[in-house]
Design a protein around this ligand. Structure first.
Ligand code: TXA
Ligand code: MG
Length: 347
């Protein structure tokens, strides 16, 4: 089934969606970050279906979505003062916190860890579905494992049509990158996955913040990591991708041109509006993610740009990088994975 709630949530359909969730079915729904594939987090069989639909490795745990802060204690325990501060400051919002779990959360959700990832989305459709289902909802991003997350229904249908009971359309997601994931270790918030809530935002609340060393590092299957998701290929189309970042804009254009030539023009460039004319490519071979200083627009458009570029099947997708600060941190964390460290950088 497909429900279009882009204008307004339909309350009759909302009842149907919530019944399906309670009956162990899968529902694709929007959040302010990316779309999720949701199931009743307390129902092992239902959660099992998520792993099958996505082809997701079973050792990669899921985020449990709640409707409000008062529900946190139903699934997590021993919440510390620092964790409480973060919860009060950033939830609801594009923020996920790793807490000590309660036994009620099935092992399949947490991949057997003694922690559980908790998020309270701000998006009204998400909140409506969680509230009226009356159960916590486990939901990974709506995409086949390894691919970029789904940020609009057109992209999601191509990939997941027929694999879930209902798809709820809430339009394009506002942020476009997944939530910031934080775990407090020895009273210090550690960012395991950067997102819209930046290190600076967190530091203002807690006075201190760390960034996990694996965020920009290479990780192999046997490494021990704080977040299992770090180990896997991610955010990647089929086509090979190269990330290009020069601090100086003239260099940037120079090297973009150089790489375009190296692949005899058989490329798609995902880049800034300002560079479109300079590269003299056919229309379909340049996909703009917005203006150079507009990181929000970059974040919002990057995943669907990657899918669009992949459909053209060039030899290489060339992607312009950004400065690693603010939201740029999250953008570069994803792109380094997309490009599997195939990265040209000039400071
Ligand atoms: O914005 C988002 O967070 C979206 C929307 C749908 O809420 N969800 C999302 O879920 O991105 P997913 O499954 O694609 O990414 C969850 C990440 C994974 O990297 C996973 O390894 C990590 O969170 N994670 C989940 N539980 C964890 C835990 N207990 N400890 C450490 N990392 C955990
Ligand atoms: Mg994901």
């Amino acid at each position: 089934m497909y429900y279009n709630w882009t204008e307004k949530t339909n309350t009759e359909e909302l009842k149907i969606v919530c019944n399906l969730i309670r009956n162990g079915e899968l529902v694709i729904f929007p959040t302010e970050t990316v779309y999720g594939i949701g199931a009743n987090a307390l129902d092992e069989n239902a959660v099992g279906k998520i792993f099958i639909a996505k082809g997701r490795p079973s050792d990669n745990p899921l985020i449990v979505h709640l409707a409000d802060r008062r529900k946190i204690e139903e699934i997590a325990q021993d919440i510390t003062e620092v964790e409480r501060k973060l919860i009060d400051a950033f939830m609801p919002g594009p923020f996920t916190i790793i807490l000590k779990r309660k036994p009620i959360v099935p092992d399949i959700v947490t991949a057997g860890l003694d922690t559980v990832a908790v998020r309270i989305p701000e998006n009204v459709i998400a909140r409506g579905i969680i509230t009226f289902s009356g159960v916590p909802i486990a939901a990974p991003s709506a995409n086949v494992s390894g691919k970029p997350s789904g940020t609009n229904i057109k992209d999601i249908r191509k990939e997941l049509e027929g694999k879930v009971s209902v798809i709820v359309d809430g339009g394009e997601t506002q942020i476009g990158l997944e939530s910031t994931v934080v775990k407090v270790i020895d009273e210090v918030p550690v960012i395991l996955r950067p997102g819209k809530v930046t290190p600076e935002d967190i530091e203002k609340v807690t006075g201190i913040v760390k960034i996990d060393k694996n965020i920009f590092g290479r990780i192999s299957q046997n490494d021990i990591v704080e977040s299992p998701g770090m180990k896997y290929r991610h955010y990647a189309p089929e086509t090979s991708c190269k990330l290009i970042y020069c601090q100086d804009d003239l260099d940037q254009v120079f090297y973009l041109k150089k790489f375009v030539k190296e692949y005899q023009g058989n490329v798609v460039v995902i880049g800034f509006k300002e560079h479109e004319e300079k590269l003299l490519l056919d229309n379909e071979r340049f996909i703009s993610v917005g203006k150079k200083d507009d990181l929000e627009s970059f974040a919002k458009n990057i995943y669907s740009a990657l899918r669009k570029a992949d459909e053209i099947r060039p030899r290489e997708i060339l992607i312009e990088g950004v400065k690693k600060e603010g939201l740029g941190y999250a953008i570069m964390n994803r792109l380094i994975r997309t490009c599997e460290h195939n990265f040209f950088e000039k400071q």
